[in-house]
Design a protein around this ligand. Sequence first.
Ligand code: NAD
Ligand code: UDP
Length: 308
Amino acid sequence: MRYLVAGAAGFIGSHLCDRLIADGHSVAGVDNLVTGSEKNLGHLRDHEAFVFRRHDVIDPIDWPEPLDFVFNLASPASPKDYHNHPMETLRVGSEGTRNLLELALRNGAGFLQASTSECYGDPLEHPQKETYWGHVNPVGPRSCYDESKRYAEALTMSYHHVHGVRTNIARIFNTYGPRMKLDDGRVVPAFIDQALRRQPMTVFGDGSQTRSFCFVSDLVDGLVLLSRSDERLPVNLGNPAEITVLDFAERIRAMTGACSEIVFRPLPVDDPQRRQPDITKARTILGWEPVVSLEAGLHLTIDYFGRQ
Ligand code: NAD
Ligand code: UDP
């Protein structure tokens, strides 16, 4: 099959390209490099099944070859990145998603939207099921990302209902692994970098807030399975193993053999207190669940950052 991956030079996008090529498909990668890096795709540069085009999907996009499937992963994703690029984040979720849906429509291709657990905001229901409508501050510091992604979900559903595009929506929960940006402010690269440099590890708030971390290879398996399914409504993809941020810091400190002090910093506004996916739906309709333990995934990630 011929795939187009928007956001190909990003953390998840580059792993998705690798997986699709390993499965024997051809892949067109598109990215404007606002938060991604061509280095993530360096190993594919001369691969005959891969082509890269630098393009901002906020501008209409056409592709010279026919396409069978479009993955939309294009968006700043870390809180630091979307704070730095609020307009770009709103526009890529709205205009960018529309341009990619139009591309899928013209090609008669399938389309998968990378959505997010941020659609649930600071959730009042725990764990989060797909049927929960969320608790989102529409004007807070996270709103440029959360509302952009919620709009993108609505647009994706409308292209399915109005134009019959075969769409999927993945609500992705915190995912980590090699090729995350060391300085994107997310907790995994931040803690590993601080621990490896033997610097203080910065826990925001009292560290009692929780997250559930999914290794990137598991997430990519879920995305591929979802793209082959007929499920049009959102599906949670994430690892249900929930951990507090403080326990997570201590875990990384122990695994790196660091003696870093843990220091407490103010909790960012609207930082979700608890987050854990209910993946019953993915288990049932895709036969998918994560298989990489936090221990194994962190070893691979620490090893990667150590080499950086
Ligand atoms: P990332 O920043 O590494 O990748 C996003 C990529 O999109 C980058 O390469 C960036 O340059 C590109 N991009 C942004 N705006 C663009 C535009 N206008 N035109 C073309 N390219 C553009 O982030 P990631 O963690 O790999 O996230 C990938 C997707 O998955 C995002 O849509 C994100 O919202 C979603 N997601 C990620 C997580 C996670 O934990 N990593 C969780 C939930 C959702
Ligand atoms: N966090 C932290 N220290 C850091 C970076 C993040 O304590 O140096 C916390 C953050 O407040 C949040 C959690 O770790 O509660 C996950 O943050 P991240 O930015 O990775 O993603 P989020 O899930 O908030 O989008």
